[in-house]
Design a protein around this ligand. Structure first.
Ligand code: ADP
Ligand code: MG
Length: 214
């Protein structure tokens, strides 16, 4: 694991969230540019503000479980990020965190957490596959994670497979026509543009793969 040999514990969850924040910081302009093509040009700014607040909320605190880290991140995102992405990401992190309530999480528990997060996004936003949203990156990533766990792969291999699937799903949004959120206002004119939320979602899974790399 990244900072510890103790499995997926609170230190690993902190490393994950810090890597997400760094990736958002690095790619904020790209996220905003993508959102300027099919939305209102605020996705990078929204995510940047949200994860800066998450880092501030986590700093100097002690966490017993990985779930506490993720619930804190989710609650902070909900209260600091406007627009669609804040409540969606916030509820995903909170739902995932609730599944990781032991000191160290197994790959199966992480899978349950990721699944619960995707269910929370769909409960709130009602997006289905093909609607050109973060769900188009999220669901393939969860599927790949489940397959790799079932095949007995290590957590590092599993998370890497999920990240690759999220990136494929992200690219697959390019030809889609938006049916949820602001991209739906554009209809067919949104075709040819990659969805910003699917792009940030892929960063989240890439950060997980990096955080659990041995
Ligand atoms: P807003 O659209 O309110 O400006 P953001 O720009 O921060 O919020 O986020 C836009 C992203 O949110 C989209 O690219 C899309 O992936 C995601 N999104 C929007 N609506 C939904 C929804 N109903 N379900 C899932 N994801 C959604
Ligand atoms: Mg926007």
């Amino acid at each position: 694991m990244d900072t510890t040999s103790g499995g997926f514990d609170s230190a690993t969850a902190l490393a994950w969230v810090r890597r997400i924040a760094a990736a958002i910081e690095r790619d904020a302009d790209q996220l905003t540019q993508l959102d300027s093509a099919i939305g209102d040009a605020d996705h990078g700014v929204n995510m940047q503000r949200g994860f800066a607040a998450v880092i501030a909320a986590l700093d100097g605190r002690d966490f017993t479980t990985p779930g506490e880290v993720l619930v804190t991140a989710g609650t902070t995102l909900m209260s600091t990020v406007g627009g669609a992405a804040g409540p969606l990401y916030g509820s995903a992190f909170r739902a995932a965190g609730k599944q990781l309530a032991t000191t160290t999480a197994t790959a199966d528990q992480i899978l349950d957490g990721l699944r619960s997060g995707a269910e929370a996004v769909q409960r709130l936003g009602a997006a289905r596959p093909g609607d050109k949203t973060m769900i188009d990156a999220y669901l393939p990533a969860v599927d790949a994670f489940a397959k790799a766990v079932a095949a007995g792969h290590t957590l590092a291999e599993t998370a890497a497979a999920a990240a690759a699937a999220a990136e494929d799903g992200m690219r697959a949004t390019i030809p889609m026509i938006g049916r949820k959120g602001r991209a739906s206002y554009l209809g067919p004119r949104g075709e040819g543009h990659q969805d910003p939320g699917a792009t940030s979602l892929a960063l989240v899974f890439r950060a997980l793969a990096e955080a659990v790399r041995p």
